[in-house]
Design a protein around this ligand. Sequence first.
Ligand code: SAM
Length: 341
Amino acid sequence: MGIGNNMEKGVAPANELVDRENRHLNYLRISITDRCNLRCLYCVPEGRIPKLDHDDILSYEEILRIVNIGIRLGIRKVRITGGEPLVRRGVYDFLRQLTRIRELEDVSLTTNGVLLAPNAQRVFDAGIRRINISLDSLNREKFTHITGYDQFVKVWAGIERAREIGFDPIKINVVAMRGINDNEILNFGRLSLNHPFHIRFIEYMPIGNSRTSSRDQILTPEIQDMIATIGELIPVGNGQNDGPARRYRIAGAQGEVGFISALSHHFCNRCNRLRLTADGKLRACLLSDRHEPIKEVLRNGGSDEQLAEIFRTAVRQKAAKHQLYPNGVTTVKGQMQGIGG
Ligand code: SAM
């Protein structure tokens, strides 16, 4: 599909999404559902959480229209996330529609892997090659404690299946938390020795309501010191599609380790991201609740130019720096499932 479809004349050409800090925002992360088949401690609060109604969620058609407007303005990279994207009906056809868009240089997926083993081939056939799988424990009981479900075996089978099929890279996202999975940091590092996986340690961010807090944070310097006891950490240069991880290869390893340090080492000055939430809001920063309501404009018959203007407004609003610091209290009310991480 080309961007010309359904586009009106008069929407400005690419590279318009440059903010006051001269950041080129060319990356749109899209949460396609707030629903999830896991209830991770650090993501979901105690008790029942209200679910969005079907009508509150953007349809695939609406998302594609927004993506096409974004492309016209300079978006070149899209990641599909959630909630758990693989629980949404029709996701494979939707992924196929996205990967067919010529102007998108990269379309990737973040999943918890529970539904991956039986569906990895469908994801691959839809044109996805880069996949991130979230996995915070290699121990079945611990996995059950963190996620609320005894699904470790399925997730591991999903990772193995993804490897057989040939996804590359396969990134494994680990949120490191003190007293919860810190005793597994070395095991995750060692996993990169004999597997081609990219293990990415993510600093826990206090966002919305969850059952964890800043006291559970472990910051990158501590994690990195632990990993360095396995072997020399050899820096790996960042490729064009690599985002904010600082990447290393442990000497002799097949895979890599990477560190995403949103708190200890703000990477705001390099942030190229916008986010589209499941309920149709455009957010310029994960760690700020400011957002632009794009769904309402879309559903009230908004023109392409009006939708483009929402992108521009979001870009104008993007703060130079987020305001979350190590051990700080959260100021972010939004829940991760709806925003997408
Ligand atoms: N369900 C999918 C998954 O589990 O990968 C996609 C959505 S999930 C919200 C996206 C990523 O956000 C996951 O890697 C998850 O570990 C991460 N995440 C969620 N809450 C977080 C938090 N408070 N701090 C850091 N990362 C978080």
